[in-house]
Design a protein around this ligand. Structure first.
Ligand code: FPP
Length: 229
């Protein structure tokens, strides 16, 4: 079983287009898939899962589409039973400062309400970018050096890992990207150094719990050597 599955929920727009529907309908369908997959992952005992809900680059999309994704997130956060009844610990990673006040308040509320959950930890990446995360981590480390709390020679890989949003969590060991794209798109770039990848042509709204099971079975057959023999 992977310890940390990271998913790029891709293909919502194409799914909608194929049906002659607006892209927003694709995101709504993608949000339903996300809920079903999170529930299933928790049920089968995945300890950590991270989903890419909105990247630092996604602001380039038309404002209606951005608003629609934020609204879907708000709906999810308002419906606390999504994770409360499931015993899921929900956390947000990304630059959250620039988000609107309502969403920030909901995030705070839900992180607090679910903090003692003993099931899966679910990270939702929102206004997240891997490079942005590394710049922030670098600044934080520099400040600690400047203040005398840390010396340059003490900086090691652990120092960097501990300065990321995912501090204290295992690195993702399995990255799933559906929809026929084969790139990382600035997702968890430090953390994914030794991750296994699983690609598929399935568009995210069509991704089913059985597809997750199939991906996990494939993961079980991978020979992970971490640079060794
Ligand atoms: C990528 O597909 C998807 C996104 C940028 C948004 C993902 C958001 C959701 C699944 C809904 C909200 C999330 C939660 C957690 C409730 P795309 O739009 O790039 O698809 P395309 O490549 O086919 O155009």
């Amino acid at each position: 079983m992977p310890q940390h599955i990271a998913i790029i929920m891709d293909g919502n727009g194409r799914w909608a287009k194929r049906r002659g529907m607006p892209r927003t309908a694709g995101h709504a369908a993608g949000a339903s898939t996300f809920k079903a997959i999170a529930r299933h992952a928790n049920k089968i005992g995945v300890p950590f899962m991270t989903v890419y809900a909105f990247s630092t680059e996604n602001w380039k999309r038309p404002p209606e589409e951005v608003d629609n994704i934020m609204k879907l997130l708000k709906d999810y956060l308002k419906d606390a039973k999504n994770f409360k009844d499931e015993n899921i610990k929900v956390r947000f990673i990304g630059n959250l400062e620039v988000l609107d006040e309502e969403i920030k308040a909901l995030i705070k509320e839900d992180e607090e309400a679910s903090k003692d959950a003993t099931g899966m930890t679910l990270n939702i990446a929102l206004n997240y970018g891997g490079r942005d995360e590394l710049v922030r981590a670098t600044k934080e480390i520099c400040k600690r050096v400047q203040s005398g709390a840390l010396s340059v020679d003490e900086i090691d890989e652990q120092t960097v890992s501990d300065s990321l949003y995912t501090a204290g969590q295992p690195d993702p060991d399995f990255i799933i990207r559906p929809s026929g794209e084969y790139r990382l798109s600035n997702y968890l770039i430090w953390q994914s150094a030794y991750a296994e990848f699983w690609f598929s042509d399935i568009l995210w709204p069509d991704f089913k719990p059985r597809d997750l099971d199939r991906a996990i079975r494939d993961f079980g057959h991978r020979n992970r050597r971490f640079g060794g023999v």
